[in-house]
Design a binder for this molecule. Structure first.
Ligand code: CUA
Length: 163
């Protein structure tokens, strides 16, 4: 009995420590205090970028209580890579009916790869309780037919945020 208890306690301790220090979606680290100053997640680099191979990369920053940008434009039948990070607390990014579901943890870059098979508007509530405004934190992903997606230069970014 005592041996069994010891083994079970050891399993709990080891898995919690191993799981907690390695967020499951990604182990790429980033300094959340300087996101706005330089690097991949400066404001001008957020939104959708087109890679040389034609695939798309969408970068978002999560904070209390919004995703930036709050509307992401993508093309159907195209490889898509989401890269997200948080400036404050843990948020969640989940697109219903797709494989996209990740925690967005400050200090880490969350990366998810997918491919949309149908055009449409995918609404995306924050999926991790992050404070009093959690219920109002949401964004949406608009997937358009390929011919409606603009060709982007290497430095250009696009979104569907209404100006
Ligand atoms: Cu952000 Cu809940």
């Amino acid at each position: 009995m005592a041996g069994l208890l010891t083994v079970l306690m050891a399993v709990v301790v080891v898995t919690s420590v191993m799981g907690a220090i390695h967020p499951p979606s990604n182990v790429e680290t980033i300094d959340p205090t300087t996101l706005h100053l330089s690097g991949e997640f400066v404001e001008s680099n957020l939104g959708t970028a087109q890679e040389p191979d034609g695939s798309l990369t969408a970068r978002l920053v999560a904070d209390q209580y919004a995703f930036v940008p709050n509307c992401v434009k993508l093309a159907v039948d195209t490889p898509v890579k989401f890269r997200l990070t948080s400036v404050d607390v843990v948020h969640g990014f989940l697109l219903p009916t797709t494989n996209v579901n990740t925690m967005v943890v400050p200090g880490y870059v969350a990366e998810v790869r997918t491919r949309f098979t149908r055009p449409g508007i995918y609404r995306m509530p924050c999926n991790e309780f992050c404070g009093n405004g959690h219920h109002g934190m949401w964004t949406h992903v608009v997937v358009v037919p390929k011919q409606q997606f603009p060709a982007l230069a290497a430095t250009e970014r696009t979104s569907c945020v209404q100006q």
